[in-house]
Design a protein around this ligand. Structure first.
Ligand code: IMP
Length: 219
């Protein structure tokens, strides 16, 4: 398997001013900076997809997309993996897709409880190579618990790709097999990452400001 290489967005990284990019006007007042522009995300996904396609040669697999935050990453990643497979003399075999929905957050805080939806379908994952596609790992609680749960359904193998991993002081030490970017311990939105369901319609990954947290926070 590929050694885990990823882009580190440092603590000092200020990102980019909002007016250097196209931001939906309904969100402008509620964001601080652009942290990771969408174009850079796409470039990183191109490389992640190459690494994954090479690791799964002759190994058909199921991409298990963690909704909702992972939907965009999963779609873009799979497009690129399929492109690699089409052009490779050593393809992976059939790639299938499944979906799971989890919830553990209210506002910026983990509630400490993992709510799993779509669990009834998980028995179909037995004997398969699973690639879990997640948007972000913060404390690691969600993924650690999901992995324990999935093992009960006896998949052949399980790997995890996460677009972002946060440098969280509350991390339980969990690290995914493939990582796009390691980011500072700030709440980020955009590219399908939400704050109480808002900001999924923003394509760049941005840092939400205090005004945004008040405006879109759950009372
Ligand atoms: P963990 O259980 O603390 O690792 O949290 C993982 C989940 O929390 C992710 O799947 C996201 O849904 C959510 N999450 C954590 N940090 C952020 C963030 O900065 N922006 C958006 N969602 C986040």
């Amino acid at each position: 398997m590929h050694p885990c290489k990823y882009i580190i967005v440092s603590e000092e990284e200020e990102g980019y001013p909002l007016d250097a990019f196209c931001i939906p006007s309904h969100y402008e007042a509620y964001l601080e900076r652009v942290l990771v522009p969408c174009g850079l995300i796409m470039d990183r996904i191109e490389r992640l997809s190459r690494d994954i396609a090479q690791d799964y040669v002759n190994q058909p697999f199921t991409a298990l997309c963690v909704l909702k935050g992972g939907y965009k990453f999963c779609a873009d990643l799979l497009d690129k993996i399929k492109q690699n497979v089409r052009n490779s003399e050593n393809p992976t075999g059939v790639i299938s897709v499944d979906f799971i929905r989890l919830k553990s957050y209210v506002n910026e805080e983990s509630t400490g409880k993992l709510k799993v939806m779509g669990i009834d379908n998980l028995s179909t994952l037995a004997g398969r190579n699973l690639l879990i596609v997640e948007d972000i790992i913060d404390t690691g609680f969600t993924m650690s618990n999901l992995l324990v749960l999935l093992k009960e359904f006896k998949p052949k193998s399980v790997r995890v790709v996460s677009l972002f991993v946060k440098r969280s002081p509350n991390s339980n030490g969990y690290k995914p097999d493939y990582i796009g970017f390691e980011v500072p311990n700030k709440f980020i939105v955009g590219y399908a990452l939400d704050y109480n369901e808002y900001f999924r319609d923003l394509n760049h990954v941005c840092i939400i400001n205090e005004k945004g947290k008040v405006k879109y926070g759950k009372k």
